[in-house]
Design a protein around this ligand. Sequence first.
Ligand SMILES: NC(=O)c1ccc[n+]([C@@H]2O[C@H](COP(=O)([O-])OP(=O)(O)OC[C@H]3O[C@@H](n4cnc5c(N)ncnc54)[C@H](OP(=O)(O)O)[C@@H]3O)[C@@H](O)[C@H]2O)c1
Length: 298
Amino acid sequence: VRTLVVGSAGQLGHDLARTFGDTELLTVDRASLDITDERRVLEVVREARPDVVLNAAAWTDVDGAESAPDAAMQVNAFGPWHLARACDEVAATLVTVSTDYVFGGAAVDGVGPGGRGWREDDPVAPDNAYGRSKVAGEELVRVATDRHHIVRTAWLSGAHGSNIVRTILRLGRERPVLSFVDDQLGSPTTTADLAVGIRRLVDTGEHGTTHLTNSGTASWYDLAVAVVELAGLPARVERRRTEPGERPAARPSWSVLDGSRAEALGVGPLPYWRVALAHLLDELGELQHEGPAERRDP
Ligand SMILES: NC(=O)c1ccc[n+]([C@@H]2O[C@H](COP(=O)([O-])OP(=O)(O)OC[C@H]3O[C@@H](n4cnc5c(N)ncnc54)[C@H](OP(=O)(O)O)[C@@H]3O)[C@@H](O)[C@H]2O)c1
């Protein structure tokens, strides 16, 4: 199997390259392939003749997208569109990654704390420019090729890149008290586990839209407490509520994705988030206390 990883310098791109390392692997970072350049995308895909293209390239600056929605749209909508058309031409499967932020703007009966997570067929209603660009990318991929996987995930952290876990580690050394919101809930997910899930998904030979995150539910406060505990940092973590308008982009209060489809495909469940976090901290050389061996909600 020939695999082309696009956006290979990002945190997920790095772990995808590792996880698909036993295939005939080609990787391109932004310097060698800008996915907004349709001609270049065609050229690279035609030359690589891959069986599978894994797209980890994206505009991921959620707040920055509010003041540059067109630029975010170029990368997150037209980038996947170019890749999907090129994949269709060479009969390759495209895996592209989307987000929980496609939801959040509207209430759906039964979805939310105490209820269920978002399912693949729940109506999308993005609340920010980044989410709108990802919805547009999903739709363009669906119309460009049937041979696609749209993998929606959430709250990613990996060993190679900047992310919330690394921010908590830094702040936990700089400050005696950290303050994190406890009214936004999601499933913290490591790019290492997501890459393994994507590998299993590709191996099923099925196509479509699939939700894939680590298991369990946490608030940003729970995540900060877990990082501080597992890394043995001296900081204390305080809870706070989200202030209206505190960030340029609105964030959904419920980011939990239902994993039933992944389970039905034999791809999930991925490990419990705190177990995944302990592995990530270990990889970063920051694990001081053993994580739990199995599921344990805070
Ligand atoms: N991070 C999260 O919490 C989260 C949550 C849900 C979904 N996702 C999705 O998961 C996927 C992977 O995210 P990640 O956290 O691994 O992101 P990341 O670390 O920010 O990596 C994204 C990569 O894409 C590259 N890139 C940006 N514009 C490009 C372009 N026009 N052409 C080619 N490459 C370009 C970036 O290069 P530069 O660094 O040089 O700009 C970077 O290497 C993305 O689709 C993201 O939207 C992320």
